[in-house]
Design a protein around this ligand. Structure first.
Ligand code: PA5
Length: 447
């Protein structure tokens, strides 16, 4: 039984049945392409069976490792970039107390991030924090050669060794990387770090349900069994429903129909700020998977009602190349009612006694209708509540949606050749060996 549903009611005025059929007709074949591993990038379909192949022993090992790290860490640093940190951050922020860092509950390990930028100021300030805290870290890089996390890890490893000594530092570092390739694997072997493997057949942005995501998520105190249970429900559902009524297929079909009708930008919207990083993870997943060969829907995101006061005008009234996908949460897990005020000076007594969530839900309905009236189709993805199992389902939902959508767009949803361009230029300009010709050409251009 899955908990997610897809509602396409608010795209109907924009897209007719024929346009939808163009893509829904392709769904069975597209599922076949995925499950028979016959499409482009078929070496990277390991994510499709991660939930069903996850063993109890493996989960137990991750939990024990996480507990050992939690016991001695006020802070846990996740060093990684792109798919090597966004999934963990998405789940951790969705499921943790939103003021956890400030509430400072005893035994509550806070997860912070490094290696996802190269800001000197960020790193100096992170070390200022770590100077006075007990901490440990995971360094995560599938390739083991990515510059940002490698630089951050070199700095943090020095800091950790100076703080605790080499022996103790070793027990506070976990490496998550390829089984044999890359500088990180060599380093981890040499130093004797606890190491987890990123499976060969799982690409970075599809790796949240491997140790890449699961270890940091467990360190944050989140129930990874429930997360995997939700993902497994969606895996099973997809296997058993390889047709156009499938809720994931409906999302993928709607996206493609809208894109081919000129709606080239998709905004993922939530009315719950804790889902902000789910949207960041989703942007990487869809942007890197579909944005190639001169094609692809541009993924953007907003948190409402916050961004209705910044982006609302554009969405209502700007260039009509947009559609929105709303992650609609039926009920909150916490309760707050609006108090009655004797004098009613703020004139809010008409909603006194009502749940804040009722007002938030009303804002959602009102905004969907206003945006549809303004020419922006809305897809609604409904989840009953935010919990480890619904987030697990949602992760698998979006991964499968991305693979289906990418194949219908006729791109390889599992490679990312475009990411290399900036790296080659950066290496050349930094003077890395082997990039001399490129360096000379670039220097001419920036004279
Ligand atoms: O999806 C991907 O493969 C990329 O976004 C990677 O996750 C990102 O570039 C980090 O790579 P790595 O894990 O090899 O350091």
């Amino acid at each position: 039984m899955i908990q997610i549903s897809t509602n396409l009611k608010h795209i109907k005025g924009f897209i007719n049945d024929e346009q939808l059929h163009c893509f829904s007709n392709k769904i069975e074949n597209t599922f076949n392409t995925i499950y028979n591993k016959s499409g482009a990038g078929n070496d990277f379909l390991g994510w499709t069976t991660l939930p069903s192949e996850m063993t109890k022993e493996f989960i137990q090992d991750i939990k024990e490792q996480a507990e050992a790290l939690r016991k001695k860490s006020e802070i846990f640093v996740v060093v990684g970039i792109g798919g090597s940190y966004l999934g963990a951050r998405a789940v951790i922020e969705a499921l943790s107390h939103q003021f956890g860092a400030l509430i400072n509950k005893v035994g509550n390990t806070q997860v912070v991030y490094a290696g996802h930028n190269m800001s000197e100021e960020y790193m100096v300030e992170l070390l200022e924090l770590l100077d006075n805290k007990e901490y440990s870290m995971a360094v995560i890089s599938k390739s083991g050669t990515t510059t940002e996390p490698a630089v951050a890890f070199r700095i943090l490893k020095n800091h950790l060794e100076n703080k605790y000594g080499k022996e103790e530092a070793r027990t506070r570092i976990v490496a998550i990387t390829d089984k044999e390739r890359g500088a990180l694997k060599t380093l981890a072997n040499e130093e004797g770090y606890k190491t987890y493997i990123v499976p060969d057949n799982v690409g970075g942005r599809y790796s949240v349900l491997t140790p890449v995501g699961l270890l940091p998520i467990a360190v944050a105190g989140i129930n990874i069994e429930q997360l995997m249970k939700g993902a497994l429900a969606m895996e099973t559902y997809c296997k058993e429903n390889q047709n156009s009524n499938n809720v994931v297929a409906q999302y993928a079909v709607a996206r493609q129909a809208l894109y081919h009708d000129g709606k080239t930008n998709e905004i993922l919207v939530s009315y719950e700020p804790r889902l902000q990083y789910i949207a960041e993870w989703w942007k990487q997943l869809y942007g890197e998977s579909e944005g190639k060969d001169g094609k692809g829907i541009f993924p953007a995101s907003d948190i409402f009602t916050t961004d209705l006061h910044s982006m609302g005008q554009y969405i209502q009234d700007g260039l009509r190349n947009l559609f929105e996908t709303i992650i609609s949460v039926e009920r909150p897990t916490k309760e707050m009612r609006i108090p009655l005020a004797d004098n009613d000076l703020d004139q809010l007594n008409y909603i006194a006694g009502r749940r804040l969530s009722e007002v938030n839900r009303t804002a959602e309905t009102a905004t969907i209708l206003a945006h549809v009236d303004g020419g922006v189709p809305n897809i609604v993805i409904q989840i009953p509540e935010i919990s480890a199992s619904t987030i697990g389902e949602l992760i698998y939902f979006f991964e499968m949606g991305c693979a289906l959508s990418g194949y219908m767009l006729e791109v390889n949803p599992f490679d990312q050749p475009g990411v290399e361009a900036y790296k080659k230029n950066m290496f050349a300009l930094l003077g890395k060996q082997g990039f001399e010709d490129r360096a000379a050409a670039l220097k001419e251009r920036i004279k």
